[in-house]
Design a protein around this ligand. Structure first.
Ligand code: ZN
Length: 534
């Protein structure tokens, strides 16, 4: 058939589906449950013109790396569902709370704040809801506590914000936008269900009180819970538990992706889910493991699938090892995973990155860098103060050296990208140091909006050859451990603090407790420093 006729038919088909659905009522299966947990399904008729989707938070970064990745994991499904909702004529409203002003100048935000704001009425109480899921310091699991910084400055970059969407800043504003449009039904999405989706301005509790028919998208929310690999208890189970808590209180859940597929509004073959990992690091924010980490894989919205994975960097196929129980990771590893049904991939490919830390905390040096003179590169030496000279025994900003909750007396404060060299003496046998992002920025409102930006890589070169390097370091990460043998006859060591891709002026990297292990009589037993302070 002629290619143009084909395209024409496609457009007609497309327009047909669109016009068939636009404005038509649809029936979604809402679900609540009894106190005993028995599901009660209630087919609920919705007029799209009187229905809005409200999305809470969905930030680009979180205090916890696993929480951040779980937000990313929701994005394809959310984009697909929102696209259908818009075509049906539903209003999409984003309530990104802390980062709402990041949308200043966006028409979706300016239109929203132009509303004549009225006080949200109190029509009824929110049904008493008891959240029973367990919580931990973060979602990563035992022995780990992701830094408490405000790691966000916007919403997830892959989320599609539609031209006719609104970005709202407060309860009253959201209420006024909804009532001006005659909207009576709300479907909530976002994070974290038991805290912000429920309680933030414009959240479920507020709008329930204002009398709206509120439901929660079961497949597009995430609760703040925990990971216990021994039970095992995953954030997916915690989220299910929180969603059931709401159902028991009479607040219905609805699986939007599956309902749209059932109604033929979303292609049943469309892949909109990732296999999820817990804990979940990525190369730009790795999960550091000291000894062994138990990694659990889940695919909560894909029924009857086999999860297949690889640890050799290759993309999983239907023949890759099948995931049957949590993986034990004790080396630096990329795990890739994909879900298959009858040999066909039914998920998007996803991966996680784990970094094994050097097991030993390096010994304290005999000679601290603070007491040595560094050598800048020849150009810097000539013109002075070109680029960024390190600061001795202080952070680059002249504050105490602070890394991952600890203050250090000795060290050097760098701002990436920069490097300096030191002359090596024959008695210097090893270079030892810890290195991490300077944390002073957390003193100002916990690093709100800025702590997301710092990322560096530390490297050590000896006479032009790389001797060691760190992974990408982010704020509050455990400092990287360096203990490097210095080959006999070496001339100079170069300490480098590199930008890790953001080229940001907040890339402050500290070398702490850094310097040389000395062995004056050159007796060096293989593999161990000739003297340590331990
Ligand atoms: Zn975490």
């Amino acid at each position: 058939m002629n290619k143009f006729i084909c395209i024409f038919i496609n457009i007609v088909l497309c327009l047909n589906i669109f016009s068939q659905n636009k404005g038509k009522n649809l029936i979604l299966n809402y679900q609540t449950c009894t106190e005993e947990g028995k599901a009660i399904v209630t087919p609920t008729e919705l007029n799209p013109a009187k229905t809005a989707i409200l999305i809470i938070d969905m930030w680009n970064s979180h205090w916890c790396m696993t929480a951040s990745e779980r937000v990313s994991a929701m994005v394809p499904r959310m984009n697909a569902v929102l696209q259908v909702a818009r075509e049906l004529g539903m209003q999409v409203i984003w309530n990104p709370s802390d980062v709402v002003t990041a949308y200043s100048g966006y028409p979706q935000y300016e239109r929203a704040i132009a509303v004549i704001s009225r006080t949200k009425p109190m029509i009824r109480e929110t049904p008493p809801t008891k959240f029973t899921a367990h919580g931990g310091p973060c979602l990563c699991g035992p022995g780990f506590k992701c830094g408490g910084n405000y790691g966000w400055d916007g919403m997830h970059p892959d989320l599609v914000i539609g031209d006719n969407d609104l970005i709202s800043a407060s309860t009253d504003e959201t209420y006024s936008l909804l009532s001006d449009r005659g909207i009576t039904n709300l479907i909530y999405m976002g994070v974290h269900t038991n805290i912000c989706v429920y309680g933030k301005p414009g959240g479920l509790s507020d709008m329930w009180q204002a009398g709206f028919n509120c439901a929660l998208a079961r497949d597009l929310n995430d609760a703040f819970t925990m990971y216990d690999p021994l039970k095992p208890y995953t954030p997916d189970e915690g989220t299910t538990e929180i969603n059931e808590n709401l159902q028991k209180a009479g607040i219905p859940n609805v699986n939007m992706g599956d309902e749209f597929k059932r109604l033929g509004l979303l292609k049943s073959s469309s892949t909109i889910d990732y296999v999820r990992f817990v804990p979940w690091g990525k190369p730009d924010r790795p999960y550091f493991t000291d000894s062994e980490t138990t990694v659990t894989l889940t695919a909560p919205w894909l029924e009857g699938v086999e999860i297949r994975y690889t640890t050799d960097g290759s993309e999983p196929t239907a023949k890759s090892p099948r995931y049957t129980e949590p993986l034990k990771i004790s080396t630096t590893t990329t795990v890739r995973a994909m879900a298959f049904r009858k040999g066909k991939p039914v998920s998007l490919p996803s991966f996680a990155y784990y970094v094994k830390m050097p097991s030993e905390i390096p010994p304290k040096p005999d000679v601290y860098l603070d007491n040595l003179e560094f050598i800048p590169n020849a150009y810097n030496e000539r013109v002075k103060n070109s680029m960024w000279m390190p600061v001795i025994a202080q952070s680059f900003e002249g504050k105490p050296l602070r890394v991952a909750g600890k203050t250090y007396q000795h060290g050097m404060g760098f701002r990436a990208p920069t490097s300096v060299q030191y002359d090596l003496k024959p008695e210097y046998k090893r270079f030892v140091a810890c290195a991490g992002i300077d944390e002073n920025m957390l003193a100002d409102n916990n690093g709100r909006f800025i702590a997301i930006n710092s990322s560096v890589v530390f490297k050590i070169f000896i006479d032009g050859k790389m001797a060691a390097e760190s992974p990408v370091m982010r704020i509050s990460q455990e400092p990287w451990r360096f203990d490097v043998a210095i080959p006999e006859g070496s001339r100079r060591i170069n300490l480098i603090c590199m930008d890790a891709g953001s080229r940001n002026i907040l890339d402050y990297g500290n070398w702490v407790d850094a310097g040389f292990i000395v062995c004056k009589n050159f007796i060096l037993r293989t593999g161990s420093p000739c003297r340590t302070n331990r």
